[in-house]
Design a protein around this ligand. Structure first.
Ligand SMILES: CC(C)(CO)[C@@H](O)C(=O)NCCC(=O)O
Ligand code: NA
Length: 572
């Protein structure tokens, strides 16, 4: 670890990092003191529904692009090759469907919380269950998000772990509480630019130091990192075209279609057209973000492939590789490591600020307001600020629990999205696409979707076969790296990658079910909700019909009242 201990920040690096935090605070203060001064819930939670499409779109990509993706994707490319890049295909349908199906419905209903839709379409209990599920999902996700950059920074530079967690958590809590959604969106814009700039700078310097684009290309192709399209239909292989391009669409729908954080941004747009445009504009920026992190993984591979001192990486986890690479490469270039650290923290801040604001929104709109109909808007605004602040503090507490994290935060995030976001996508799809689905169906469906999610999810953790490691059959540089003293997860990853596929025994029965690729979690769990929901809706409608017929008739059409409700919803 000697090489690691030498890595330190210069003053200019600290200044750049401090500037990031200060500018974010500044934007928060500006929106606390300008406009309506955050005195109404309309302004605090929905930015007065006055935003244009450009800031909204940059804010949309910032929400789910956290430090998890910045450190996770390059590590994934480094160990598995470029197959992961095919997730870019899922962005097409994953954004087109929200733009033309979800946004028009939610925007025209003039919602504040997306869960109001569930009450209008089904019933109050469905709305509450949806909200609680969302709160659960977001709280664990944001804990991972605030912890990831702090942990990486601590491992590589010795920077105090809890100092970094506290700095992010507190700064973010402050500007979110002061400036409301306007501050959240405009800091997202600023932070997205810093994020792109940091990644781009590292790539440019990395390519230069490795000897140019041609040299990088030669090394990654010799190391077999450029993957062709993998059409293997086996659903237990982590990354194939099917898991990424098809399973990924459901992941994208649960994030960009029905997640409160994103829907709230669509709703803050000044017109429906702006909302749809912003969704379209996410496409190029998200492709850019994906390309930058994939290329970073390739450059990282090109730099370390076959180098002796690289065995140092063996003592790092997958989550720390990128930062090690960056600090190693940028030594002697003051300012650049500060820029990259700012990039990591920008990504994290923009994600957790969205989480705080959306959590405050749903708690206020779905859990508190319905019980206090006489509350004044001034009171509600004050309470929302208190909620945003409390969720910020809760996030710090949760980060403390994230000690138990697995070795890949990227996979952890995808599992959270699939296990909890998947069932939510299912409930909304049930309501939107199946007019005859009823409230009982939705409730039982959501329950079974979550049960299915935790069955497979926990099964995969217990048997720890989740997807296995898609073997890239030849890995030229492995031999050199394995000579180091490899004790940790990343070492294991390399060993498994290097293992010939033949020795990798195929799991059978339940084992096979548990080893389903986590990229399919969203699809599996949302389908479970829809199918169970439909079956239960038919059964309950049938029983209801029997009863009304027994009790001497009544109009059988009454049993189809959900259709009526749906029609009302559509014509509003
Ligand atoms: C969710 C996608 C695929 C698209 O936004 C990407 O941003 C990503 O890989 N996110 C990982 C989770 C995170 O960065 O927190
Ligand atoms: Na982010």
């Amino acid at each position: 670890m000697d090489a690691l201990a030498q890595m330190h920040f210069t003053t200019i690096d600290y200044v750049i990092f401090a500037l990031l935090l200060a500018s974010s605070m500044g934007i928060g203060l500006y929106y606390a003191l300008s406009g309506g001064r955050q005195r109404t819930t309309q302004e605090f939670l929905l930015a007065d529904r006055s935003m244009s499409c450009l800031p909204v779109s940059l804010s949309l990509i910032a929400t789910f692009q956290s430090a998890v993706a910045i450190v996770g994707v390059p590590a994934e490319i480094y160990t598995h090759g470029t197959q992961y890049w095919f997730i870019g295909c899922a962005y097409i349908l994953g954004l087109f469907i929200p733009a033309h199906i979800f946004i028009p419905v939610f925007y025209r209903l003039h919602l504040t919380s997306v869960y109001q839709y569930l009450e209008l379409r089904f019933s109050k209990p469905v709305r509450i269950c949806g909200t609680v599920t969302f709160i659960f999902q977001t709280v664990i996700y944001m804990a991972v998000c605030v912890y990831t950059p702090a942990l990486a920074l601590n491992a590589v530079t010795g920077f105090d772990l809890w100092g970094a967690v506290l700095a992010t958590g507190l700064v973010c809590t402050l500007y979110t509480t002061l400036g409301g959604l306007k501050a959240v969106i405009w800091t997202d814009v600023f932070q997205t630019i810093v994020m792109f700039a940091g990644q781009l700078a590292v790539i440019v310097v990395g390519v230069q130091q490795t000897g140019g684009v041609a040299e990088v290309w030669r090394k990654v192709s010799e190391g077999n990192r450029i993957s062709g399209i993998d059409l293997n239909p086996d659903p237990t292989v982590e990354y194939t075209f099917w898991t990424l391009g098809v399973g990924g669409v459901f992941l994208m729908l649960s994030l960009y279609g029905v997640n409160q954080a994103q829907v709230q941004r669509y709703l803050s747009a000044k017109t429906e057209r702006d909302a749809i445009m912003s969704c379209y504009m996410v496409f190029p920026s998200l492709q850019l973000a994906l390309a930058l992190s994939c290329v970073m993984g390739l450059v990282m591979f090109a730099r370390y492939c076959g180098e002796d001192h690289f065995h140092n990486l063996g003592v790092l986890s997958k989550n720390e590789m990128v930062l090690y690479f960056v600090m190693d490469m940028l030594q002697g270039l003051p300012g650049l490591s500060g820029l990259f650290i700012s990039c990591l923290f920008s990504a994290a801040l923009s994600t957790i600020s969205s989480a705080f604001n959306s959590l405050a929104t749903v708690t206020m709109e779905d859990l508190i307001k319905p019980h206090c109909p006489s509350m004044t808007d001034a009171r509600a605004t004050l309470l929302s600020k208190g909620l945003a602040c409390s969720y910020g503090l809760l996030c710090l507490a949760m980060a403390y629990l994230t000690h138990l994290m697995t070795d890949s935060v990227l996979q952890t995030a995808f599992k959270i999205f699939g296990m909890v976001g998947g069932p939510l996508l299912g409930v909304f799809s049930l309501g939107l696409f199946f007019p005859w689905a009823n409230s009982t169906g939705a409730l039982v469906g959501l329950g079974s979707g979550l049960a299915m999610a935790f069955w497979v999810g926990i099964g995969s953790i217990v048997t720890s076969t989740s997807g296995g490691l898609a073997a890239v059959s030849q890995f030229n540089c492995t031999a050199v790296q394995l000579s180091g003293n490899i004790t940790t997860a990343m070492g294991t990853a390399l060993i498994s990658t290097a293992m010939p596929t033949a020795t990798h025994s195929r799991p059978m029965g339940l084992q096979r079910f548990y080893s389903l690729s986590f990229m399919w979690y969203s699809a599996l769990n949302s389908f479970t909700v829809v199918i169970t929901g439909l079956v239960v809706s038919f059964l309950t409608a049938f029983i209801f019909n029997l009863r009304t017929n027994e009790s001497g008739g009544g109009d059988p059409r009454h049993s189809l009242s959900p259709v009526g409700q749906h029609a009302v919803l559509r014509t509003r």
